[in-house]
Design a protein around this ligand. Structure first.
Ligand SMILES: [Mn+2]
Length: 267
């Protein structure tokens, strides 16, 4: 009897290839620089790093709520706390970012609204859920290889998560390799720093800096740019295209998480 060899589907072949490769893990560090505001010393951003769940996330409370006397930072922080609680319910190694965001959204009771971006490493793939203009970039050999898309209704008006409103969550994934660097941040980072400037920071850094040290350099550079009237910021460029007058950097809270992707086996 002749048994014909069944041809593997693309997905099966990919799985087989992945199984032979070493598993990956990410090690992360962060820095948060809230903008100077005596009434809101904690700012309106929030973030967390969960090494255990191999998950990182940022959120950015919408400032416009201040006009109604509401501190959207409270919403953002509660959202991130609820996301951490949601992670505990996820199967090990198979975190579903959308489910975690929806869990957090449904349980956050504070008034306000916030953008959110949650990234998790499973196998050799980064999976993420994003709402609005927070996001992340992946650098390979100190060069940008991936940038998550943002979701906004119009200039400077991102999609957000809000109590009692339907959550429109964008999902995506990207295959990573050992040595890749993930830079996750709120718009305070990417409105004040081009990807080419992050590449420069990575290329100019000597030795073997920790993710925390890299996050600190990126956050501090974005912060310097944010207060520089003569710096033609990414925010200024987009504003110009939209016919909105804006000069220099953008004064904002700055949250950066840097995650280093490495092989699980000791090198
Ligand atoms: Mn912001």
């Amino acid at each position: 009897m002749i048994i014909k060899k069944r041809k593997l589907s693309d997905g099966e072949a990919q799985l087989l290839r992945e199984e032979k490769l070493p598993k990956l893990r990410m090690t992360a560090g962060s820095l948060y620089l809230p903008k100077e505001d005596e009434s809101k010393p904690e700012g309106e951003d929030a973030h967390f790093v969960s090494e255990e769940s191999q998950t990182i996330a940022v959120a950015d409370g919408v400032s416009a709520w201040t006009r109604k006397g509401i501190d959207a930072g409270v919403y953002a922080r509660e959202l991130m706390n609820n996301a951490v609680a949601g992670l505990a319910l996820e199967p090990r190694g198979e975190v579903n970012p959308r489910r975690v965001i929806l869990h957090a959204h449904s349980r956050t009771a504070a008034q306000g609204s916030s953008t959110a971006c949650l990234v998790t490493l499973g196998g050799r793939t980064l999976r993420y859920a994003n709402v609005g203009d927070s996001g992340f970039m992946v650098f390979r050999n100190k060069k940008l290889v991936y940038q998550s898309p943002t979701q906004q209704r119009r200039f400077n008006c991102p999609y957000t998560l809000r109590n009692g409103r339907e959550a429109l969550v964008f999902e995506g994934e990207f295959g990573v390799e050992p040595g890749d660097l993930v830079v996750l941040g709120t718009d305070g980072v990417f409105d004040n720093l081009y990807s080419s400037e992050i590449e420069e920071i990575l290329q100019e850094t000597e030795g073997n800096p920790s993710p925390e040290e890299i996050a600190s350099t990126i956050a501090c550079t974005a912060s310097l740019n944010s207060g520089d009237l003569n710096y033609k910021s990414p925010f200024e460029c987009v504003a110009e295209l939209e016919g909105v007058e804006h000069k220099g950097g953008k004064f904002d809270d700055i949250s950066v998480i840097v995650a280093q992707i490495e092989s699980k086996v000791l090198q």
